[in-house]
Design a protein around this ligand. Sequence first.
Ligand code: CMC
Length: 375
Amino acid sequence: MGETASVAGLEGVVAAETRLSEVNGRSGEFTIAGFPVEELAPRATFEETVYLLWHARLPDAEELAGFREALAVRRGLPEGIVRLLRSAAVAGVPAMDALRAAVGALGVEETDGAEDARSIVARFPTIVAAYRRLLDGEEPVDPDPGLGHAANYLYMLWGERPQEGAVRALETYMNTVVDHGMNASTFAARVIVSTGSDMVSAVAGAVGALKGPLHGGAPGPALEVVFEVGSAGRAEEVLRSKLERGERLMGFGHRIYKVRDPRADVLAGAAEVLYGSGGDRGIYELALEVERTALRLLEEYKPGRNLKTNVEFYTALLLHGLGLPAGLFTPTFATARVAGWTAHCMEQRKLGRLIRPQSVYVGERGKKWVPLEKR
Ligand code: CMC
């Protein structure tokens, strides 16, 4: 039997029952622990969303204060991790590789998964911000326990307290991408814990899966295209020549969504508010023109494939509007998605079942051994 693309991509294969999130690719609906993404993401703080994923309900005021505190006190990095990041920065290691190495070096608590989850989620932004500053030749900024999770991330990046609008935009982004069904990095994490391995290993593996351009690595290249286009009049020419060369347009198409990714709408709304209050308005208008042209040309070059705008296109625009460099787009995605990974790890652990699929052997059989000198 020949291997088909869908076998290779496990399309339509159900790998788990989850109460964490549901992606409906036909209707374009995305539900996070009971909430439509457009209901939850623009309103919740990131801590509320993480609590929701881990506890299956929103916290009350007292629980939320306790949870914020529990994350805030775990933000600091062990000295060994800071040393590791310093060496990586000197060698110019890409941020996602440095993040994977730093995560892998975090100690495993080996208690229940909840303690590992708290310290991993709490430390992710600290690792990313510290590494960015080291790459820029600056010293890391200590976390501020008085700030919320998202605000503190921006504070550790910039060394000054962020504006409320920037924090809201980042919380909306982080809530939107916190989890997304059985995406590749989440599946990788679940496979790892299903063997009885620890959550640190699962998250390190998930970081590796996320960085690929077909998953979380797309927003940097998506923004590059907008810059390459440069002015609205060139959108058609630039995008058409990419499609003529058989290139994919980053930020478009999705394995599950055959309609517009609902997360793109949530982030488009957040981008409109963010750019409406200042910032690089020119790039915002240009991106909208690139999107319109891309959708038209994808219909022309790939008719019937239903290639629509995905979350990464507006991720690029929103994070650029927040002043984050493209090198931080995927690491910032990881600081949000890590809450989903850990929630899936806990769910998978409760299941206690090894994930071990099968393959179909299509190689030769019955061969005879040939001694080395006769090959
Ligand atoms: N630009 C041009 N053509 C495309 C694109 C694109 N962005 N995406 C898919 N196609 C074409 C593909 O070449 C194929 O054409 P044909 O039928 O002629 O061979 C057809 O559409 C079907 O593609 P596929 O490879 O079977 O679809 P897939 O389900 O494997 O791919 C995808 C999903 C996201 C990998 C793909 O759409 C892609 O590469 N997009 C660009 C990268 C990107 O934006 N990635 C972020 C995804 S969203 C983040 C997340 O949720 O993780």
